[in-house]
Design a protein around this ligand. Structure first.
Ligand code: HEC
Length: 284
């Protein structure tokens, strides 16, 4: 318990602005159980249900993504629909998202959905990786094409079971690496992902932090992404979430579409295997 309070206090110090530090750090009630949903969370959940019924703004990006998928584009003037294999055959989108990350022998790598789409854009359509990696995530009015593509592809796995092919030894290896990355402590605060996400019931600033190692926590970690984020009104992918958590950890940001990010996504997604993917997310 003392350890737990110490960790929470440490996190509060790291996350809160200076003025709020002393008060928060000394308050053990910061470790309140998850079940007590605060008013803001309840309000947001009500709002989200309403949005889900009336149409998630993510659908706009899904439509754009479908157009990008089907149109002949890039220096080579080919479409992804006629050239890109997401693991189930060239052009097959239905069900592909819930079966990634997976191993792609043409690339010799395990890839998550976004990385695979980027790989196809480079290899099949002739786009330059450096161009795609320059501003890979949405901000303001700008949404990268690959974000819309990921959104389209993910939407085509709605209501299907998550089934990362863990039996494949390539995937298994990358899963094990992901597990190590999640536990790896370093940086100015000596944090690992597990410092914040390794136990049940941890919260920072009213946000529940899913325990990535359990099926339920992993599902939470996977379900929201790609998702439309109310804050800023932007469409963001799971790759973005990973980069932002490295920032939370005070680590340098990983390279876009890198092995490390794929390893993390493999670990989390496979931990959610067998559970239902409910479609595009909406985030606060
Ligand atoms: C300093 C604490 C901290 C560390 C360390 C940290 N995170 Fe997070 N993480 C957060 C917070 C806070 C949120 C919620 C942010 C929000 O909802 O806006 C979050 C959200 C997430 C989510 C999305 C959860 C959801 O409900 O959609 C995932 C997935 C995630 N983190 C994974 C990771 C991984 C993987 C690492 C290690 C690379 C990591 N985090 C390291 C604090 C942390």
């Amino acid at each position: 318990m003392i350890y737990r309070i110490a960790v929470v206090a440490m996190l509060a110090l790291a996350i809160q602005p200076a003025s709020a530090q002393d008060k928060k750090a000394a308050k053990p009630s910061a470790a309140a159980p998850v079940e007590q949903k605060d008013a803001a969370t309840l309000e947001f959940e009500k709002f989200r249900t309403q949005m889900e019924q009336e149409g998630n703004p993510a659908e706009l990006f899904e439509v754009k993504g479908e157009e990008f998928w089907k149109t002949k584009r890039g220096p080579k003037k080919v479409s992804l629909a006629e050239s890109c294999d997401l693991g189930l055959g060239v052009g097959v989108v239905k069900g592909a998202y819930v079966q990634m990350p997976r191993y792609f022998s043409d690339a010799g790598k395990v890839m998550d959905a976004e990385r695979r789409i980027v790989w196809c854009m480079v290899e099949k359509q002739g786009f330059k990786f450096d161009d795609l990696a320059r501003n890979p995530f949405a901000s303001g009015e700008y949404t990268p094409e690959q974000t819309s593509l990921v959104t389209y592809v993910a939407g085509q796995s709605k209501d299907m079971k998550i089934a990362v092919p863990l039996k494949d030894p390539h995937v298994r290896d990358v899963y094990e690496i992901g597990k190590e990355v999640v536990a790896y402590r370093a940086g100015p605060y000596d944090f690992s992902c597990n410092t914040c996400h390794g136990t049940d019931g941890k919260r920072i600033r009213m946000q529940n932090l899913p325990n990535l190692s359990t099926p339920q926590g992993a599902l939470t970690a996977v379900l929201g992404w790609p998702g439309y984020r109310m804050t800023g009104g932007v469409m963001l992918t799971h790759q973005w979430r990973m980069g932002d958590c490295f920032r939370q950890q005070r680590f340098p940001q990983p390279k876009y579409a890198s092995d490390t990010v794929t390893a993390l996504l493999t670990y989390m997604t496979a931990n959610a295997n067998g559970q239902m993917y409910k479609g595009l997310g909406i985030k606060r």
